[in-house]
Ligand binder design. Structure first.
Ligand SMILES: *[C@@H]1O[C@H](CO)[C@@H](O)[C@H](O)[C@H]1NC(C)=O
Ligand SMILES: *[C@@H]1O[C@H](CO)[C@@H](O)[C@H](O)[C@H]1NC(C)=O
Ligand SMILES: *[C@@H]1O[C@H](CO)[C@@H](O)[C@H](O)[C@H]1NC(C)=O
Ligand SMILES: *[C@@H]1O[C@H](CO)[C@@H](O)[C@H](O)[C@H]1NC(C)=O
Length: 420
């Protein structure tokens, strides 16, 4: 009797914590077209940047030869503007044959042959945000079956051109339809972003049951202001957002814009540090063919990725904000922590900060901790609770610390920083 009810409880617990498709026990990593390539469909005038199989294949090649795949960047995702304006004679979505002459199945085969996964996009509503055919309540099943027949691995499901009632029916219905295809497909839901991102309109328990990740705030744009506004919203609502996340179900503050035009080197560090602390999907939208060595080095930082991919799957929080100084902290497995100290100020000088593990509330390990500077790729030494940690945080920049209990063995510098 006792055992029976225990197993029943366990079953209920599993059902109510994450979409049961076995995917993304750690946040997904990859690349997506939208932020950088938008709805460029004119391949005659802009052949290198139009949404097309050539663009996706070029990025697939870069993801392999540029070393991205080895680090975990495996999802390669097409956003809006890939389809024709009409469905085919059997009511199925069809790719624009000028831009995807080989079809999506062949593109998926190519992407899979590179050891990567293909993502596609649709929209719960009459049209996509870019004005292409949407997925209505009537076409959810046929669209899920079409995507599965193409062997797609991820669906971003946007929410333009539908009302709240239709969304409340359509998003769960698509989850069921994807499951019924028998193909595990990462399901990314834009639903909460259309409902203000907060309860009571948004039920995060329900979302965790039906989606693997979800957008809950506005689109990231190519600017520091945009990154700051997302950070501010996540901090303001962290009591709601933090418990919603966990293995298989992630809050998505949107794409990484490192390598684009809008962020300085220091500001890029801030976006990456906060996204790692937030256990956010690391989905780049940039040009891997021309990316600078600096941007690549930031995005390929092994210790940053180690923090983002921590198996505890616990989203971190902003724990302090004093003026233009912010401290963000994430708890990791085996008593490890990550801390990002962010200076959003722009008054020119690197800001001197003195703190300690005691002040950061990291005191559980009596033997003390080993500290690493994530972006400087440097071992800072052993620290006790009250040892002062003296830092300088650049204007609109961050110092990110990885904090490892001294008594727990680990792989050491080499794994995190490459050969040293
Ligand atoms: C479908 O859902 C069931 C029950 O939750 C789960 O066991 C199964 O793995 C899912 N299949 C796919 C393809 O997502
Ligand atoms: C979607 O199309 C239906 C049928 O034409 C229409 O009744 C409905 O108002 C449309 N919804 C939106 C949000 O545009
Ligand atoms: C939402 O759209 C559906 C279908 O177009 C329509 O039947 C329903 O009345 C709409 N609901 C609201 C609240 O506008
Ligand atoms: C949220 O969704 C869960 C799971 O479907 C449900 O049990 C719960 O009652 C919902 N909460 C509210 C406030 O509607």
């Amino acid at each position: 009797m006792y055992l029976l009810s225990l197993s029943l409880l366990l079953t209920l617990y599993t059902l109510s914590t994450a979409l049961d498709n076995g995917l993304v026990k750690t946040p997904p990593m990859g690349w997506m077209t939208w932020e950088r390539y938008r709805c460029i469909t004119d391949c005659k005038n802009d052949p290198d940047n139009c949404i097309s199989e050539n663009l996706i294949k070029a990025m697939a090649d870069r993801m392999v030869y540029g070393g991205w795949r080895e680090l975990g960047y495996v999802y390669l995702s097409i956003d809006d503007c890939w389809s024709l304006k009409q469905r085919d004679s059997q009511g199925r979505l069809q790719p624009d044959p000028d831009r995807f002459p080989s079809g999506i199945k062949a593109l998926a085969d190519y992407v899979h042959s590179k050891g990567l996964k293909l993502g596609i996009y649709s929209d719960m509503g009459n049209y996509t945000c870019g004005g292409y055919p949407g997925t209505t309540l009537e076409t959810i099943k046929i669209d899920a079956d079409t995507f599965a027949s193409w062997e797609v691995d991820m669906l971003k499901f946007d929410g333009c051109y539908s009302n709240s009632t239709e969304k409340a029916i359509g998003y769960p219905k698509m989850s069921v339809a994807l499951n019924a295809t028998g193909r595990p497909i990462l399901y990314s839901c834009s639903w909460p972003a259309y409902e203000g991102g907060l309860p009571p309109q948004v039920n995060y328990t329900l979302l965790g049951n039906i989606c693997n990740m979800w957008r809950n705030y506005g689109d990231v744009q190519d600017s520091w202001d945009s990154v700051l506004s997302i950070m501010k919203w996540y901090a303001a609502n962290q009591d709601v957002l933090q418990p919603a996340a966990g293995p298989g179900r992630w809050n998505d503050p949107d794409m990484l814009i490192t390598g684009d035009f809008g962020l300085s080197y220091e500001q890029s560090k801030v976006q990456l540090a906060i996204w790692a602390i937030l256990a956010a999907p690391l989905i780049m939208s940039n040009d891997l063919r021309t990316i600078s060595e600096d941007a690549k080095d930031l995005l390929q930082n092994r210790l940053l990725i180690h923090i983002n991919q921590d198996s505890l799957g616990k989203q971190g929080r902003q724990v302090l904000k004093v003026g233009r100084l912010e401290v963000w902290k994430r708890e990791m497995v085996n008593g490890q922590y990550a801390v990002a100290i962010v200076n959003t100020g722009d008054d020119g000088i690197p800001k001197p900060i003195a703190t300690s593990l005691g002040m950061l509330n990291i005191t559980q390990c009596p033997a003390g901790y080993k500290l690493y500077d994530v972006f400087e790729k440097e071992f800072l030494g052993y620290f006790k609770s009250n040892t002062l940690i003296n830092l300088k945080v650049n204007p609109t920049g961050t110092v990110m610390l990885f904090i490892h209990p001294a008594s727990v063995p680990h792989h050491g510098h080499r794994k995190y920083f490459g050969v040293m």
